[in-house]
Design a protein around this ligand. Structure first.
Ligand SMILES: [Zn+2]
Length: 276
């Protein structure tokens, strides 16, 4: 069984010195592909290097996360294009978007941050549209504004993935109608999050994409611990029980969907990798 962790952050593990161990455990648990998702120019280079070191296993994206849209963000965004033309280009732009959850209490400060987040989001979407790249969207308490800005950018909806989907049925219908995707993290295993399980069912298994968002959001039964890519199968196993679908089918479907979304060749047939 092979799994694709479509969204994780590996910089913390690298800094702590346990990345090798983390990657070994992922491999042991069948997580054979992952996308290391960029958040600022502090991690892009690290992820590019990892993608070169672990070809066909680690892929990466570049993007300025809305919570890192600080003074001077324009020059950070300008650096994105140098990665796109490089020998080891990213598979996606992201994570980019809007975050209205972590805003300062001061109203005027909040407004000015929102304004900058919107500009940064649109600028990066335009780069994605220009290069026709898949895009990982971070939306926190900002769903309708995200939709509006994506519409404005001209990026085709089949290139859009709302990561860590945390909205309900109505919102996922809006995404589906446009042709976009949502991916789900371990929070779908939490008892109180029935609304997410309903949203996932509305999107359907045919579009299933899973992610850990490591080191955050550990699924049950690892809740409260630091998350890592090797925990992805816990999400799959939980959903297998919930949806009454064999776990192998969920692994294959989500692996294929993530590969397809990121424009990667499929190396996965009937639970075996070709060329082995
Ligand atoms: Zn993330």
């Amino acid at each position: 069984m092979n799994w694709f962790d479509s969204h994780c952050h590996l910089k913390g593990f690298k800094n702590k010195g346990n990345l090798k161990e983390i990657l070994w455990r992922a491999e042991e648990n069948g997580v054979s592909r992952m996308t290391a998702v960029g958040t600022s120019n502090d991690d892009w280079e690290i992820y590019k290097n990892l993608s070169e070191q672990y070809r066909e296993k680690i892929f990466y994206s570049v993007g300025l996360h809305p919570c890192y849209v600080n003074e001077g963000y324009e020059s950070v965004i300008e650096k994105i294009e140098s990665y796109l033309g490089s020998g080891s280009p990213p598979v996606a732009i992201g994570e980019i978007g809007l975050d209205y959850f972590h805003l300062p209490k001061n109203h005027n400060e909040a407004l000015s941050i929102i304004k900058n987040q919107k500009i940064a989001f649109l600028e990066q979407l335009k780069i994605a549209a220009q290069y026709n790249l898949p895009t990982i969207v971070h939306s926190r308490n900002a769903f309708s504004d995200c939709i509006a800005i994506i519409e404005q950018s001209g990026l085709p909806w089949e290139k859009v993935l709302f990561h860590c989907f945390s909205e309900g049925v109505e919102e996922i219908k809006e995404l589906n109608d446009r042709g976009g995707y949502a991916s789900f993290t371990g929070i779908i295993t939490f008892k109180k999050n029935e609304f997410l399980r309903e949203a996932l069912q509305v999107q359907g298994i045919a579009k299933l994409i899973l992610e850990t968002d490591s080191p955050y959001l550990s699924p049950e039964p690892k809740r409260g611990k630091e998350n890592e890519p090797s925990y992805l199968p816990f999400i799959g196993e939980f959903l297998s029980g919930y949806l009454e679908v064999p776990v192998g089918e969920l692994a294959q479907q989500s692996y294929c969907n993530a590969s397809k979304f990121y424009g990667l060749e499929l190396d996965y047939f009937d639970g075996k990798q070709s060329g082995e």
